[in-house]
Write a protein that binds this ligand. Sequence first.
Ligand code: ADP
Ligand code: ASP
Ligand code: MG
Length: 440
Amino acid sequence: MKVMKFGGTSVGKPERMRQVASLVTKGTEPAIVVLSALSGTTNSLVEISDHLSNGDRAKAKQCIDKLEAHYHSFIKELVKEKGPYEKAQAIVAEHFEFLNIILRISFSEALSKDILAQGELLSTKLFSTYLDEQGVDHLLLPALEFMVIDNYDEPKINDIRTRLNQLLRKYKNKKLFITQGYICRNSKGEVDNLKRGGSDYSASLIAAAVNASVCEIWTDIDGMHNNDPRIVKKTVPVEQLSFDEAAELAYFGAKILHPASIWPAQKFKIPVKLLNTMQPEAHGTLISEEAGSVGVKAVAAKDNIIAIRIKSSRMLLAYGFLRKIFEVFEKYRTPIDMITTSEVAVSLTIDSPVHLKEIIKELEPFGSIELDKNQTIISVVGNEIAQTNDMVKKLFGSIRNIPVRMVSYGGSPHNISLLVPAGYKTQILRQLNKGMFGLE
Ligand code: ADP
Ligand code: ASP
Ligand code: MG
């Protein structure tokens, strides 16, 4: 069994969806196809939900109508025969009726999750209708029946495995399964999701659950590039990454992968391939236990970072001091990304401002606190880079003019991270492209 995940742009236009159909029907190996919502849909659903939470029903209604019109023109081009077209119309009508009903209900967080789930429900049902029109035998597997998270929003991998395999056993004669990425049920049994970009995470969890031969992530670019192609003009695909390298890049901002999407595949040793739907013959990136080569592979940037410095000449070197600080972050379930210490101060970074006020209040008794908001972590990733000759010289040599606030070196042999004010992100990514990869 293999898993094939297609992102928003891969299904965002009728001709692309048709191309996806030809890709998933090519091989002989049974496949579970995981689809995202059509590109732009989840953004629109977030907008609808935001308008409703602000009590602005008129604006929410406008967005719903605009999105509905988009789906009507989409299905007109996707399916041509009368029967499938009527079925597609009924699917669109059903989901937009649901959104229109929500307009009249009082807003809640749970309702917002229901709104966000409509995109993946629509894309998979419409794709299934197109496959029906083409006479392709397949089965739609409802992700809400097997994708479950606990009350800390962590996927329950054992439950996912049991439920999914139970479902698959029922349909032993089927070779092609279609399911929704991103959506799941939480510990209360409500509809929930795996956070933005979560379809990659769904795919990796599904691959782990069925012990797939490979987890293919099909997107709009030919693999993980050495730098962020949205910011830097000349970037090149990386042929091979180890799970550790890919996990660092995903966590530290390479948008092509959801930050948590590597661990399930890594835990169950399932190779991941990043492939381009628009250019299926391209090599893409293979992610497995093998790094392939030593040295720098890629850089990535993670935005909206808050740096916290705790200064205390009296207590810092006392044992137990760091534990007390970490306990504050643990209490508020706020992960720390970078940390550096000196004789008189400790600096660390977080990416979530949700409990910032409470955290600061609890840290104040330990010393004076300085906050730097709007920072960016730049991560340089590669197999054993810390031991690569000239690495550090090249790295710092190429960014001499940039005020670096923190450096993390040696935490992992695959990563060197720098914290810089967000305004320097573009400049540093471009300078590193030249200095470390020789690309302008
Ligand atoms: P999908 O909708 O298929 O999930 P995403 O938009 O989430 O696709 O991810 C693909 C995009 O990630 C690319 O179009 C590219 O702009 C962006 N991206 C950011 N950093 C990288 C990188 N290092 N390598 C490749 N793509 C990257
Ligand atoms: N549709 C969801 C999003 O846009 C999930 C995904 O595309 O991976 O965030
Ligand atoms: Mg994505």
